[in-house]
Design a protein around this ligand. Structure first.
Ligand code: ATP
Length: 248
């Protein structure tokens, strides 16, 4: 389970202070997919970075399975699998070597790494590229490698920053099935997106973010009730106040 408790984060820039996240709170439960939906610049990536301990919040707290992300950062990292916005796949290594490298960083045995690599490559449909050097991989192949690598240590909680960005329709469908499988395994899954159809298709719980603030949050039914809109996509538009930036 992942909890964001009144998170704040600002950045000093040449043109002044950018308030990227201004009081974001939500809870993502185990066995559920939670979607962070918002237009470009809403604060999704900054929020996720605080959840996965890359950035510390100016104010507020993150808890992962009741561990504090600042005080117990190590314990939190062990419980997380992360697909960051910069995928960061090592080009000189094959997909298999990329996955194994992360497995070793987590202290896994070669046998466990081999077993998890088999499971993940089958689930993600990437057996054909497993032993190819990542140099020259398509965007989808890079994303799959980065996801397999993030999950090699079998983490209970999974955070994915715009996982379907740049993927074709078939790869996106495969990835959606994969996320549903993670949910069925009882994991806590959080992903960000600016595509409302994506969030509507997958999520048990949705956090609508704009200008660094939570505009609405809840199950699809709760969001429809809160906004008085029968159609979920209309509910998103109403919560944000505009449909700009919410499409593919
Ligand atoms: N390191 C940084 N320095 C300065 N400003 C930043 C930094 N990181 C983020 N921001 C600003 O904070 C705001 C929120 O950015 P963030 O990347 O969190 O949004 P996002 O919802 O993930 O957007 P996108 O969908 O475009 O990825 C933006 O105005 C962005 O320019």
């Amino acid at each position: 389970m992942i909890e964001a408790l009144d998170l704040h984060k600002s950045f000093q820039t040449k043109t002044g202070l950018v308030k990227a996240v201004q009081g974001v709170s939500f809870r993502a439960n185990d066995g559920e997919i939670t979607g962070l939906l918002g237009p470009n610049g809403a604060g999704k990536t900054t929020t996720l970075r605080m959840l996965y301990t890359l950035m510390s919040p100016d104010a507020g707290r993150v808890e992962v399975d009741a561990f504090d992300a600042v005080r117990d950062a190590e314990a939190v990292r062990r419980r997380l699998g992360v697909l960051p916005d910069a995928r960061g796949v090592y080009k000189r290594l094959t997909a298999r070597e990329n996955i194994a490298y992360f497995g070793r960083l987590h202290g896994m045995s070669d046998a466990d790494i081999a077993r998890r690599t088999r499971e993940l490559s089958e689930a993600l449909g990437m057996e054909d590229v497993l032993d190819r050097q990542a140099e020259g991989f398509s965007q989808g192949q890079r994303t799959k490698t980065a996801i397999a690598r993030a999950l090699v240590h079998d983490p209970k909680n999974v955070i994915l920053d715009e996982p379907t960005n740049g993927l074709d329709v078939m790869t996106t469908r495969g990835l959606r099935d994969f996320l549903r499988q993670l949910r069925a395994e009882g994991r806590c899954v959080i992903f960000s997106s600016h595509i409302m159809q994506e969030v509507a298709a997958l999520c048990d719980r949705i956090v609508v973010i704009a200008n660094g603030r939570v505009m609405a949050a809840g199950t699809p039914d709760e969001l429809r009730a809160q906004t008085g809109e029968a159609n979920l996509e209309e509910a998103f538009v109403k919560a944000i106040g505009s449909e700009e930036g919410l499409h593919a």
